[in-house]
Design a binder for this molecule. Structure first.
Ligand code: SF4
Ligand code: SF4
Ligand code: FES
Length: 354
């Protein structure tokens, strides 16, 4: 792509290469297609379907950059077909269109993006205070504006497709939710009515935030201009680090965890034998249990139990003690040289051998 926004002459013919095939394999097929002034790539695909390739599969809905359906890779760049003007290409440039690479192929340009919906289901839902009825929400405008950026997401999954953590690493998918769900976690983390105060810890422990090495590729491809890395990922990483390495917070968390452990132990011992916990997660949290017994509260998810901070014998994970600088201002300290040896990285994939 070179000649930015040079007008396209109506009725000219351009060379396209489009990937055709299914999960068993496929190839790039050459087409010569008519192009007119003001058209976008999706217009050309529609013309192709109408004239030469009626069986070419392509997902689309709004043709206005708002439904997030027409994600594809155009000359290697993840983009929306309906928002990519033909005038962004040079007159004699071949336009190569391929399906999203991170997700399994269904046919031609259509991929199976279920991975993203699975990750959406895994993300704990907005949890307002239990006694707050619909219509009683009150928020300051400044709080609305803060998270508004993340609400602009159209779920095109271009960021998910681009992220190198899963792009060529199928094995990372179970442990990594991806940038789209990091912005969801960040949005809920800054929501004044969300009662879960562990969003960033959850992102770190269960969504794979630690796999992200802030390359900003996701931000670069986002058609909504959401600053995924700067405004969501980095602040969450910083807050996780604050919590872990600020000496006072670190000390407080140790004291709290000891108390938490003792309280849990007492609750377990005093619970009548055979007490039925709700199916909503057996969280041992009285508020959540009472809420669950009243039934589903207009879609609000009862807070899920978190992995215990201590092991079955009431001990903290060994890493809490063995890490050499628990209270250092930087997690890396001053005397570490890069690249760090793999054994010192605390977010290596569990199956990684070396
Ligand atoms: S910044 Fe993080 S989430 Fe975004 S593409 Fe890079 S590794 Fe993936
Ligand atoms: S964050 Fe941006 S790139 Fe990612 S799914 Fe939402 S709109 Fe698409
Ligand atoms: S068709 Fe809706 S975003 Fe492109």
């Amino acid at each position: 792509m070179g000649n930015q926004d040079a007008p396209v002459k109506t009725g000219t013919t351009r060379h396209f290469r489009i990937w055709r095939g299914d999960e068993s394999g496929g190839e790039l097929v050459d087409y010569q297609v008519e192009v007119n002034e003001g058209e976008v790539v999706l217009d050309v695909i529609h013309r192709l379907q109408a004239t030469q390739a009626p069986d070419l599969a392509c997902r689309w809905n709004c043709k206005a950059g708002k439904c997030g359906s027409c994600s594809m890779e155009i000359n290697g760049m993840p983009r929306l077909g309906c928002m990519t003007r033909m005038s962004t290409f040079d007159d004699n440039e071949t336009v190569t269109i391929t399906p999203l690479r991170t997700f399994p192929i269904i046919r031609d340009l259509v991929t199976d993006v279920s991975f993203n919906y699975e990750k959406a289901r895994e993300t704990p839902a907005f949890a307002p205070p239990p006694d707050l009825a619909p219509g009683e929400y009150r928020m300051q405008q400044v709080d609305v504006e803060r998270s508004q950026e993340f609400r602009k997401c159209i779920e095109c999954f271009l960021c998910q497709n681009t992220c190198h953590v899963i792009r060529d690493h199928e094995e990372n998918k179970p442990a990594f939710s991806g940038p789209r769900f990091f912005i969801r976690a960040a949005e809920l983390d800054m929501h004044p009515l969300d009662t879960r105060n562990d969003r960033k810890e959850y992102a770190q422990a269960s969504q794979g935030l630690g796999y992200c090495n802030i390359t900003k590729c996701c931000t670069e491809v986002c058609p909504e201009g959401i600053k995924i890395t700067d405004n969501a990922i980095i602040p969450m990483k910083e807050r996780v680090v604050d919590r872990r390495y600020d000496p006072l917070v670190w000390l407080g968390s140790k004291i709290f965890r000891r108390g938490q452990r003792e309280a849990e132990q007492t609750a377990r011992e005093s619970a009548p034998v055979g007490t039925a916990h709700s199916h909503a997660g057996a969280s041992h949290e009285p508020g959540a249990e009472a809420e669950a017994e009243r039934g589903v509260h207009w879609g609000r998810q009862v807070p899920q139990p978190q992995a215990p901070a201590v092991d079955s014998r009431g001990r903290l994970p060994i890493s809490e003690f063995t890490f050499d600088r628990p209270a250092a201002p930087s997690p890396f300290g001053e005397d570490v040289t890069f690249p760090m040896p793999p054994k010192d990285l605390n977010y290596a994939h569990p199956e990684q051998k070396d």
